[in-house]
Design a protein around this ligand. Structure first.
Ligand SMILES: [Zn+2]
Length: 352
């Protein structure tokens, strides 16, 4: 059960005004699919649900916590205009404001959960953020909301360890790049590989310098479903949380590993998504670790609805019927364990 503090949903109708271009899969209706799930959760009597539906756009100094100041200035100058930022990433007159609202939602979500004002917080905003690098918009993403919020948790809220968990089917190259050399923000990603963005997400990318060991990539073969994701949670994600004990978990909540999604090749079911987040939230509840989630990918209506429903579940659902995991996925997960210093150190400790 959740504690008495409300479960916050942060959204703003102006995020639907971001127009990525005709026929683009990152379309305004995604917000409606997400809010359908909120309405269904409210009808089902989900305890403590509270919706905040008006936000202020994030200011330049907050955006510059994760982005190069010159990049922030360049994008703010594009407010009210249309532009093509990269082949996949176009903006319209309302897009920069939408991206600033999305970043502000993540900032406010983190503030609320760290202050104990919320038991968890779910940001239903767009555009998504995890492909946005420190100085480059890419993959439908403009500002990296999860990264801005993680950096603010360290710089402004006294967090020493922030974990970003990213189960979006695509690797979050932007989040990885922003924190690659930092030991205070750990990035753990489950993603299809090889797949977009093609250039990043290999298992050997584990961070550099002081950040070595604080990037954990689990590159999974196409076709993975509930069994493979459950195994990845049990063998990698949850052990990393136990070993590192973050002060805060930010979920880069992408749902395009759903079986219905047109942009991924995975087979997660609604029950599998509930199980994935249920496992995570049960452990965070046990350790008293606050969490906030921000919407990333998820393009089929069912993917967004099932994913948001999984984030809002009041308690851990019954796990789906156990199935055998694909051997290629078992190998990839075992390799990720072997490369992660947090997990190998733990095994060494147990051996002593
Ligand atoms: Zn994605």
């Amino acid at each position: 059960m959740r504690n008495a503090a409300p479960l916050l949903v942060l959204t703003d109708a102006r995020c639907a005004l971001h127009d990525a271009g005709a026929g683009h899969p990152e379309r305004p209706e995604r917000l409606r699919f997400a809010m359908d799930a909120v309405a269904a959760a409210a009808r089902a009597g989900t305890p403590g649900l509270r919706v905040v539906d008006r936000l202020e756009p994030a200011g330049r100094s907050r955006l510059a916590l994760a982005h190069a100041p010159r990049y922030v200035e360049r994008l703010l100058r594009l407010s009210g205009r249309s532009a093509v930022l990269d082949p996949d990433t176009s903006i319209g007159p309302h897009s920069i404001e939408a991206a600033r609202l999305a970043a502000q939602a993540a900032l406010e979500a983190v503030r609320a959960v760290l202050a104990g004002d919320a038991s968890g917080a779910v940001c239903l905003t767009r555009p998504p953020g995890h492909h946005a690098e420190s100085a480059r918009a890419t993959g439908f993403c403009v500002f990296n909301s999860a990264a801005v919020a993680a950096a603010a948790a360290v710089a402004g809220h006294g967090c020493r360890r922030v974990l970003i968990f990213d189960p979006d089917v695509h690797h979050g190259n932007g989040t990885q790049e922003i924190f690659y050399a930092r030991p205070d923000v750990l990035y753990v990603s489950l993603h299809q590989y090889p797949w977009y963005p093609w250039s990043t997400g290999a298992g050997g990318e584990i961070g550099s310098g002081a950040g070595r060991g604080y990037t954990v990539n689990v590159p999974l073969p196409a076709g993975c479903g509930d069994a493979e994701y459950a195994l990845a949670m049990d063998r990698v994600v949850l052990p990393v949380v136990r070993a590192w004990r973050p002060d805060l978990v930010i979920v880069s909540a992408g749902f395009d590993a759903h079986a219905a999604d047109p942009l991924g090749g995975m087979r997660l079911s609604a029950a599998g998504l509930r199980d994935l987040f249920g496992r995570l939230f049960a452990l965070l509840g046990e350790f008293g670790i606050p969490w906030a989630a921000t919407l990333e990918g998820g393009y089929a209506p069912a993917a967004v609805r099932d994913g948001v429903a999984a984030l809002l579940q009041p308690s851990r659902a019954e796990p789906p019927t156990p199935q055998q995991a694909m051997p290629a996925a078992v190998d990839a997960i075992a390799a990720a364990c072997g490369r992660c210093p947090l997990l190998t150190r733990r095994r060494d400790d147990r051996g002593r």
